[in-house]
Design a protein around this ligand. Structure first.
Ligand code: AMP
Ligand code: MG
Length: 179
């Protein structure tokens, strides 16, 4: 079984609260085997269906450009490539439930099954228990606590996934797996 440490970026607007219009624009992921070896990475942009023009706010938050999105494939083909890449024996791991919910949302928007998203754990929810103290916190704070640098660009899916992987690997073997 491989661990898929993943992070999604989505369309967003400064004035609009998260809701049904937000769509995935990047899937970033790192594949780690049971022994903690890094097996590969996945990084693809996605061209959104509802709002294919990114807001200036979204571009400045994520550093994803309009050109990145214009040349990307739509969600159904990118998610198929992602599913091919994760394989049959996988556990999706993200920092919080946002990424799981966003996958469910986009699958529904495109009429695709989201059964495959169920094999998931939230590292953010487990992290305080593993450390034996503290409350849920953002990835940035957890990296600070661990003394890990936030490498790359925060709010880029692939860089967030790489940074989350550092925390995942430090506590490899201590994460609670689904039954
Ligand atoms: P993250 O994984 O923290 O980079 O966030 C994932 C997605 O959540 C982003 O691509 C945005 O769609 C949304 N998001 C994150 N932070 C903000 C924010 N401060 N304001 C609005 N949307 C945000
Ligand atoms: Mg992110």
């Amino acid at each position: 079984m491989n661990y898929i440490i993943f992070d999604l970026e989505a369309t967003c607007w400064e004035q609009r609260v998260p809701g049904s219009r937000n769509e995935i624009i990047e899937i970033g992921a790192v594949k780690i085997d049971a022994a903690g070896h890094k097996m590969g990475e996945f990084c693809k942009f996605v061209r959104p269906k509802l709002d294919p023009i990114l807001s200036p706010f979204c571009i400045s938050l994520t550093h994803i450009s309009q050109e990145d999105i214009d040349s990307a494939d739509p969600f159904p083909s990118v998610v198929q490539a992602f599913r091919d890449w994760i394989g049959e024996a996988y556990l999706l791991c993200s920092w919080g439930l946002y990424d799981k919910n966003q996958f469910n949302h986009d699958c529904k928007l495109h009429g695709l099954s989201s059964d495959w998203v169920k094999q998931h754990i939230s590292l953010k929810h487990q992290y305080p228990d593993i450390r034996g103290e503290g409350n849920k916190m953002g990835m940035k704070r957890a990296l600070e606590i661990e003394g890990f640098s936030l490498d790359g660009t925060h709010h880029r899916g692939i860089d967030d996934a790489r940074n989350i992987s550092k925390i995942f690997l430090k506590y490899l073997g201590q994460w609670q797996l689904p039954i």
